[in-house]
Design a protein around this ligand. Structure first.
Ligand SMILES: [Zn+2]
Length: 170
């Protein structure tokens, strides 16, 4: 059992979210990362490398919904800028499912900045934002339309389904 886990529950949110040290953890609980302030720089980067490689809960929710609506897609096409989460090749459309914390959803309550190591976080977020912007521009230039779904928008299924349909059929 790693030191961030308490009887299988996360010490921060008290959900079972997996172990942050062993890489089995849930990136959709950004609060957990506040603990990372106590880690060394090297530990932090190792941790963050693992976050991005994992399919997130919000992404899985969007996939399930889109699939249930009858659309078929490919996942994480590495040949496309930004490696979009869902790719609809014959429609020339892609969907990104963004975590509000990591990708800085404007005006969203999840978009907080941890209090310590401010510089580190600010740089991290700046990089993420510019990477996202660049990917969207490149996609547009290549003739792809992109839709961003924010993590906090996933709860409202009816509204989300409508947006997805408008985007994919539009
Ligand atoms: Zn949000």
């Amino acid at each position: 059992m790693c030191k961030y886990m308490l009887g299988g529950l996360c010490m921060v949110c008290y959900f079972y979210c997996g172990c942050k040290n062993c890489g089995e953890f849930e990136p959709s609980h950004p609060d957990h990362f506040f603990l990372m302030d106590s880690l060394s720089k090297a530990q932090r980067s190792a941790l963050m490398g693992r976050v991005r490689s994992k399919d997130t809960q919000p992404e899985l929710a969007v996939r399930r919904l889109v699939h249930g609506m009858g659309y078929r897609y490919r996942l994480h096409d590495a040949k496309l800028p930004g490696k979009p989460d869902l790719v609809f090749r014959n429609r020339a459309k892609v969907i990104f499912v963004h975590g509000c914390f990591w990708h800085r959803h404007k005006g969203c309550p999840s978009t907080r900045t941890p209090k310590s190591n401010r510089k580190f976080w600010q740089n991290k977020f700046k990089d993420n934002i510019s990477r996202d912007t660049k990917a969207r521009k490149q996609l547009r230039r290549l003739g792809w339309a992109a839709l961003i779904i924010w993590e906090c928008e996933i709860g409202e299924v009816t509204r989300l389904a409508k947006r997805l349909r408008e985007f994919l059929d539009g």
